[in-house]
Design a protein around this ligand. Structure first.
Ligand code: C2E
Ligand code: CA
Ligand code: CA
Length: 848
């Protein structure tokens, strides 16, 4: 039987004090959670609330033990409850238990998989009663033990017995429910009981009070009662979930104490609302999960700024295990002296202001320095004294890397490591404002490689990339460190020279660059000469905003290209104007082509032996509404630059073939049709396929089709040209070399190309009567052609004398105004019919 103890108000206040303290702490921890969550800049998601509770001074009787009961941590109040000395090292919780309870721990807590266990324990041979809520997490070795001191309840029993129910504090203010029954009849019931079960006291002043409760609740209590043995009646506490009369669920701990007095049985029922306890337990459980499972590294530092605990994520991130840094200063995590200094300042500020967050550099155990997002919160007690700090950090290495990468990608060209257009424009803007401030000049150089496309196409992208890298380096060598270089995209580079003292400075740099670019560059064993064209614009003369300077340098660069490449040009007003004209011409050409406004002309090539029309060369025509007939020299060149020549060339090949087939059907077609092919067309993907397609769709026979190519097209990439020519010959086509003598040909290669005709350029024909050199060149070309088994065509023949001489030289075909200007299809048809009727006569006669 339990001893009688003294004053009721004392224990009542004590018990409610504990519960209230638990509740306040729980609230406090919730507030802290919210505060941290609201901070958007912090990557921290959850504040490990356990640590707001976990300080030794915390008013929660809590301990963490291992499965054998060895104490890992205990709050002071827990230690007091169990009378552990704070100086004691290795403490075992179980040693306070009576042997039965020790067995119970070993059989239930140590081995069970239950997360929750609860039991009342009598300590020190029955002088103390403590209710323990025990929490176990799977995968963690720690067991959380939350204690409630029940000693006073047990002590109260005597008190209850003696008190009369009228005015007792017990009945009105006790924080637990109490019901006293005598031989099954309710004698006393207190307020707390009534409100716990939601019943008025009168309802219980009857026999069989259990029946007044919710049926389910009554059954649960009865069942629980069955588990009591006579011995238990003194200290057993049961925890069950019940319903009040309104249907609200609540957790309840109860015990029953019985006394037998003169044949009467007096039962004392004590009920404690365990909801708050449960909530706290749940909270702790979640916190422990957060601590253990958090992907963020968590470090608990005591008020003296010594590391107390770290979680597994911390160890994983830093390489430091708890034992490595426990008891040491968090500053040791700094790497370089300046980092350590910074951490010192940060921890100082955390102490002063209660929190700190931001980016810091730390070191891992391996010595590696890394960036980290750190957020420190000081946990304080009611007196505003710091109890401990919670430092949460996440590794920013990958984020930093990603950030750097993004910043780099936005501003740099990864191939050459040069600034890209974006960054360059920024620098140009700054350069302009500095030049304006200082009253100096600035030059903008635009550099385009002349032969990049060719090198890239023929040697492959790898070699092309290498060329760009080498050019980037070469450009750096040509300028001062203070000048900016950028890769604008493709094979375009730009340079800011700032400041300069006159345009001469810019000329000097441009000359130097051109000189370097005209020397062979070694790329993987290939020696290539890239060459370049440079356009220059000057601030303030040619523009005072960056876009304008860039545009004008670009225009000047175009002019340099037009001037035959490998030279530089300063921007002029006149260029501006022609650039504008060019742009409007380009617009017109595009719309003319898409609206089918381009047309064809045919010019006959006369066979010198038969005196008949041998073939027809087809030439493109553009009749513009405003400008009249635009010269092919102008619009074909424009189409070449813009790439429009590819669809235009394919269009004329197809349309001319259709026309030829119609003439063929009428029986008036000459032997062949000659079509001009541009470089771009020749190099376009699947040119052979396009030709094949034209033949198939028009019904043109390949042996009637001749293609006119130029020397430079073949010489640029001879391997490619040989392959293409072979394929075309396999199709059955003939090939002429147009404008022969104007370009550069390697005679040894000429021999290797499968060619049919050479067309002597009209510039030689033009002066053939007056210039002996030209005459002997033409003679030599004819002989060369014949030696190489080719037929020779002379074009631009305007007079009978020219024609006579050319015939003497052995030219096979003659083309020129002397016989006929290029004609549209109708005129040409008439011409063909007329020629058909004429017998072959020598010498040839003018027809109109
Ligand atoms: P080309 O291929 O050398 O064409 C011959 C040019 O000489 C034509 O100029 C023609 O009208 C002109 N011509 C013919 N006989 C005489 C003559 O006795 N005296 C003079 N002074 N000129 C004569 P056109 O039509 O102005 O074409 C110029 C160039 O434009 C062509 O030179 C060719 O390179 C290009 N072209 C014309 N049509 C096409 C086409 O459909 N495709 C391609 N890729 N280029 C074309
Ligand atoms: Ca031609
Ligand atoms: Ca020609």
């Amino acid at each position: 039987m339990v001893n009688v103890f003294s004053g009721l108000p004392l224990w009542g206040i004590f018990l409610s004090g504990v519960l209230f303290g638990v509740f306040v702490l729980w609230l406090l921890s919730r507030l802290l959670v919210k505060k941290t969550n609201h901070d958007q800049t912090s990557p921290t998601a959850t504040f490990p609330t356990i640590f707001t509770n976990l300080h030794a001074d915390t008013q929660v009787p809590l301990a963490i033990v291992d499965k054998d009961g060895s104490l890992i941590f205990a709050t002071t109040i827990f230690r007091k409850l169990f009378q552990f000395q704070s100086s004691e090292k290795k403490i075992n919780l179980l040693r306070s238990f009576i042997s039965d309870d020790r067995r119970w721990w070993r059989e239930h807590v140590a081995v069970s998989h239950d997360q929750f266990s609860a039991k009342a324990f009598s300590l020190s041979e029955g002088s103390k009663y403590i209710y323990l809520t025990i929490l176990k997490e799977e995968n963690t070795p720690q067991i959380y033990v939350l204690a409630t001191d029940l000693t006073s309840i047990y002590q109260a029993k005597e008190q209850v017995k003696k008190s009369n129910h009228d005015d007792s504090i017990l009945y009105n203010f006790a924080p637990f429910g109490l019901l006293v029954e005598e031989d099954g009849v309710v004698r006393q019931v207190n307020k707390a009981f009534c409100s716990m079960f939601g019943l008025p006291a009168e309802a219980l002043n009857a026999n069989f009070w259990l029946k007044q409760l919710q049926p389910e609740t009554a059954t649960k209590i009865s069942h629980a009662l069955e588990t009591f043995t006579i011995d238990d009646y003194s200290h057993k506490f049961v925890e069950i979930e019940l319903k009040d009369s309104q249907g609200r669920n609540f957790w309840c701990q109860f015990t029953l104490h019985q006394e037998f007095d003169q044949g009467r049985t007096i039962s004392y029922w004590y009920f404690i609302d365990a909801n708050k306890q449960k909530a706290l337990a749940q909270e702790l459980k979640q916190s422990s999960v957060v601590f253990e499972a958090s992907s963020e590294a968590i470090m608990i530092v005591d008020a003296n700024k010594q590391v107390k605990m770290v979680n597994p994520a911390f160890t994983e991130m830093t390489g430091f295990a708890a034992k490595d840094i426990q008891g040491r200063s968090p500053q040791i995590l700094g790497s370089e002296r300046k980092d350590i200094k910074q951490l010192e300042v940060i921890w100082h500020e955390a102490e002063r202001k209660g929190n700190w967050q931001g980016e810091v550099w730390k070191r891992r155990k391996s010595g590696e320095r890394y960036p980290e997002w750190l957020s420190i919160t000081a946990v304080k007690n009611k007196q505003n004294k710091i109890l401990e700090y919670v430092a949460i950090s996440s590794d920013m290495t990958t984020r930093k890397q990603a950030e750097n990468r993004i910043r780099y990608q936005a501003n740099y060209d990864p191939l050459t490591d040069l600034p890209n257009r974006n960054l360059f424009m920024d620098r140009l803007r700054q350069g302009i404002s500095r030049a304006r401030r200082e009253g100096t000049m600035l030059a903008l150089l635009f550099i385009d490689l002349d032969r990049f496309k060719y090198i890239n196409d023929s040697y492959g992208h790898n070699v092309g990339d290498q060329l760009l890298v080498k050019v980037a380096r070469l450009l750096k060598d040509c300028v001062r460190n203070s000048d900016s270089i950028a890769r604008f995209g493709g094979d375009e580079f730009a340079i800011i020279l700032s400041p300069i003292y006159g345009s001469k400075n810019a000329s000097r740099v441009a000359n130097l660059i051109l000189e370097r670019l005209s020397k062979p560059i070694d790329l993987d064993g290939y020696e290539v000469v890239s060459g370049g064209s440079i356009g220059i614009s000057l601030f303030p003369n040619d523009g005072d905003v960056e876009e304008q300077l860039v545009k004008n340098a670009d225009i000047a660069m175009y002019r340099a290209k037009e001037k035959g490449r490998n030279n530089y040009q300063f921007f002029t007003e006149q260029m501006q104007q022609s650039a504008q004209e060019r742009m409007s011409l380009e617009r017109d050409l595009r719309s003319a082509f898409s609206n089918n406004k381009l047309s064809m002309a045919f010019q006959p090539q006369m066979n010198c032996k038969t005196g008949k029309v041998g073939g027809l060369e087809v030439l493109m025509r553009w009749q513009n509404a405003d400008k009249g007939a635009v010269s092919p020299a102008v619009f074909i060149a424009l189409a070449e630059e813009t790439g429009l020549i590819v669809p235009m060339g394919n269009w004329i090949m197809k349309t001319a073939c259709e026309q030829y087939v119609r003439w063929k059907e009428k029986g008036i077609a000459p032997d062949y049709l000659a079509v001009n092919v541009s470089t771009r067309q020749f190099r376009a993907k699947n040119f052979i396929g396009t030709v094949q397609e034209v033949l198939n769709s028009t019904g043109m026979s390949s042996k009637n089709l001749e293609l006119e190519l130029t020397e430079s097209m073949l010489m640029e990439d001879q391997q490619f040209a040989i392959k293409m020519l072979q394929d075309l010959r396999d199709l059955g086509l003939k090939i002429s070399i147009d404008d022969f003598g104007t370009g550069y040909s390697s005679l040894s290669y000429l021999k290797k190309f499968p060619l049919n005709n050479l067309k002597v350029d009209q510039s030689f024909v033009k002066d053939i009567m007056d210039n002996e050199d030209d005459a002997s060149i033409v003679k030599a070309i004819v002989d060369l052609g014949h030696t190489l088994n080719m037929q020779v065509i002379a074009e631009g023949v305007e007079s009978e004398e020219q024609q006579e001489l050319l015939k003497q030289y052995g030219v096979d075909y003659i083309q020129g105004y002397y016989f006929s200007k290029p004609m549209n299809a109708d005129l040409c048809e008439k011409f063909l019919i007329k020629m058909k009727g004429l017998p072959g006569v020598t010498p040839l006669k003018r027809t109109s």
